[in-house]
Design a protein around this ligand. Structure first.
Ligand code: F6R
Length: 248
């Protein structure tokens, strides 16, 4: 996996924002919509800030952009402060001209008996949009991508999953305490992610250094889901010097 190392998250994010901007313009010039897969969490916040800046300073338009988010806690109300709907509206959607009809996230309120159908529809919507042109990923300390925890099968699709306790602890700062972190989530699967035409995984900080080393230099295994990206032919890691510090 090619790894691009930047001094700061801001510099890495500026580079990724440029790639997204170029993709949007290139698609629009061809009369098409760019289809972008999005992540939440602390990692992409600086990317979204750069995209908002491009919208404000350079008039980059999101009118012809379709987005699909990787995941959503389950159960979760879309308007709850910890929902990924809320996160995306706050950091990106409400600060750009994206059409609310064009962004999609798994529904954290879908009744249990309808989850399977909902997940199949999510996959279908991605296919109907022509597939994901560019998928943005973060990485969990345990190697998860989306909420595909270690052991997630390579052929997995969008589905309901159980979160590892380590993931719930890592995300508990966004909630009052760990007991409030949902135990489940709906996430795109490994195969959903691998079907994206292009993938950029971002990681910042020293805590991510061991898992970046495993994902890039270890052998591909379902035990480190991000290592499976070694089998994708257009995937790049964008990291800062701290996250790169354990690469040989
Ligand atoms: C979030 C997601 C997760 C995060 C990962 C890293 O949509 O898919 O895989 O990218 O848990 O989270 P942060 O960026 O908070 O370290």
């Amino acid at each position: 996996i090619p790894v691009k190392i930047f001094k700061t998250p801001k510099e890495g994010s500026q580079q990724v924002a440029r790639i997204i901007s170029d993709l949007i313009k290139e698609k629009n010039a061809a009369g098409k919509k760019a289809v972008i897969g999005l992540a939440t969490g602390s990692t992409p916040k600086s990317l979204y800030a750069e995209l908002v800046k491009l919208h404000q300073d350079e008039g980059l338009s999101f009118k012809n952009v379709i987005t699909f988010n990787l995941d959503q806690y389950y159960p979760m109300e879309p308007d709850a402060l910890n929902s990924y709907h809320y996160f995306m509206r706050k950091y990106l959607f409400e600060q750009t001209d994206i059409d609310p009809e064009n962004y999609f996230l798994p529904n954290g309120l879908i009744p249990k008996e309808k989850i399977k159908e909902h997940c199949a529809q999510y996959e279908q919507k991605i296919a109907d949009a022509g597939g994901i042109d560019l998928q943005i990923l973060g990485i969990g300390n345990n190697g998860h991508i989306g909420f595909n925890e270690p052991g997630s099968p390579v052929y997995s699709k969008t589905r309901l999953v159980t979160l590892e306790n380590s993931t719930r602890i890592a995300n508990s700062h966004e909630f009052g305490n760990i007991s409030q972190v949902p135990r489940m989530a709906i996430t795109m699967g490994i195969s959903t992610i691998m079907k994206s035409h292009r993938i950029i995984l971002m990681a910042w900080g020293k805590t991510k250094a061991p898992v970046i080393q495993k994902a890039v230099e270890g052998k591909p295994t379902e035990e480190v889901p991000a290592s499976l990206l070694q089998n994708h032919d257009n995937c790049t890691f964008v990291v800062d010097e701290f996250a790169a510090s354990e690469l040989t």
